[in-house]
Design a protein around this ligand. Structure first.
Ligand code: FES
Length: 267
């Protein structure tokens, strides 16, 4: 019995011009993936060091977003109810890491960014990728990226908690209400950026307007869908700005906690 080999696909398909070069681009196409790798690796290194530091995450009345909600008895500050007594050598940041990490790792925008820049799949438009096969997200482990919609919902809970932290930041060091410092402004900005990032999420847009046959029969959902669609157009921007926001907020709290700076008070 004779077997026929399937015709080559992709750039090797019959009728396609044979171009041995990986690409014909003459611009700096490699710059964007390089910047993405540099920024993401920098954030991963900084956040890992901070998560394991297990110190300098609270400076009355501010708490670092890396450590909030702080749920173990050993937590500094009183921003969140203590839920259990974990071993003191485990940093409180590690108990809550999964939600923000999983939310960002499975984000549609970040997926595009790290597939391109870390796995070169492909590194840029019209630049061939080094892999011979492409299976997309149709099987394990990448099919697990579908969990994003649940991380989105969990992320909303975290946003609410960080917003609560920003409200608590209207107290002074003695716990008296009606005060505001630069740290208050920074925590409010951080929470706002996180809300913009979450509400511009593709899963959020689907929750608002997905699975509908007639928008005319669901005017309220249509209004929300229009609003979220507008935000969704800037999702990439919110993804980056909120990432920097979290890191800079943590850095500010750390500098206060170590005594490197003092918090300017507005009133
Ligand atoms: S798509 Fe980016 S957070 Fe959902």
């Amino acid at each position: 019995m004779t077997t026929t080999n399937p015709a080559p696909a992709g750039t090797g398909a019959p009728g396609r011009a044979t171009i041995p070069a990986r690409h014909l681009r003459t611009d700096s196409w490699w710059l964007q993936p390089l910047i993405t790798v540099t920024v993401l690796v920098g954030f991963i290194i900084y956040s890992t060091i901070r998560a394991f530091e297990n110190a300098n995450y609270f400076a009355e009345p501010y708490i670092s977003p890396f450590y909030s909600p702080c749920i173990v008895d050993a937590c500094e500050g009183d921003s969140f109810p203590k839920l259990f007594d974990g071993p003191s050598f485990i940093s409180p940041a590690l108990y809550i890491l999964l939600v923000p990490l999983g939310f960002r790792m499975t984000c549609y925008y970040y997926r595009k960014a790290y597939y391109r820049s870390f796995w070169l799949s492909p590194p840029a438009c019209a630049v061939a990728e080094p892999h011979s096969k492409y299976t997309g997200e149709t099987r394990l482990p990448l099919i697990g990226q579908n969990i994003h919609r649940y991380f989105f919902l969990a992320g909303l809970v975290f946003n609410a908690i960080l917003t609560y932290d920003a409200v608590l930041a209207f107290r002074d060091a003695e716990g008296e209400w009606g005060h505001m410092g630069l740290g208050t402004l920074i925590l409010i900005t951080n929470a706002t950026l996180l809300w913009l990032y979450s509400l511009s999420c593709h899963s959020c847009r689907h929750i608002m307007g997905g699975r509908l046959n007639h928008f005319s029969k669901h005017p309220i959902r249509y209004k929300f869908w229009v609003l979220v669609s507008k935000l969704n157009g800037s999702h990439m921007k919110y993804a980056w700005v909120s990432l920097f926001g979290v890191a800079l907020t943590d850095l500010y709290v750390r500098m206060l906690a170590t005594g490197a700076i003092t918090d300017p008070r507005f009133f």
